[in-house]
Design a protein around this ligand. Structure first.
Ligand code: DGP
Length: 113
């Protein structure tokens, strides 16, 4: 999508330091981190949200697999971390390109914080 900031980052039209990349996804640090580690994992293909992912498309599973690998590499796997996909207005999604937040390096509360 032409005006999508995460398409531009994932496809390197906007230079951003990537913490991980493969054929399907890119991962980079959140601009406004909510924890000592706050990585966004985004598909290179544009999906507005998880609602646009068709049945049988393994992209979300791949995003979680990459999160698991990165959590180990970034040293947050042992103590734990949080994975979140905000969806739509009530879900708090501000960027209309599917993305997985991975936050760690501090204790998280539930349901907020
Ligand atoms: P959400 O509210 O779930 O749509 O999360 C969007 C996140 O994206 C938010 O935590 C801030 C982050 N973000 C927005 N624009 C940029 C950007 O240009 N670069 C980076 N690294 N992060 C961004």
């Amino acid at each position: 999508m032409d005006d999508c900031i995460f398409c531009k980052i994932a496809n390197k039209e906007i230079p951003t330091s990537l913490v991980y990349e493969d054929d399907l996804v890119a991962a980079f640090n959140d601009l406004s981190p909510q924890a000592p580690v706050h990585v966004l994992i985004v598909p290179k293909k544009h999906y507005q949200s998880v609602l646009e992912v068709p049945e049988g498309d393994a992209i979300v599973a791949h995003m979680f697999h990459v999160a698991s690998k990165l959590a180990k590499e970034l040293g947050i796997a042992e103590k734990g971390f949080r994975l979140v996909i905000n969806t739509g207005k009530d879900g708090g999604q501000s960027v209309p390109h599917l993305h997985l937040h991975m936050t760690g390096g501090r204790e998280h509360g539930w349901p907020a914080g």
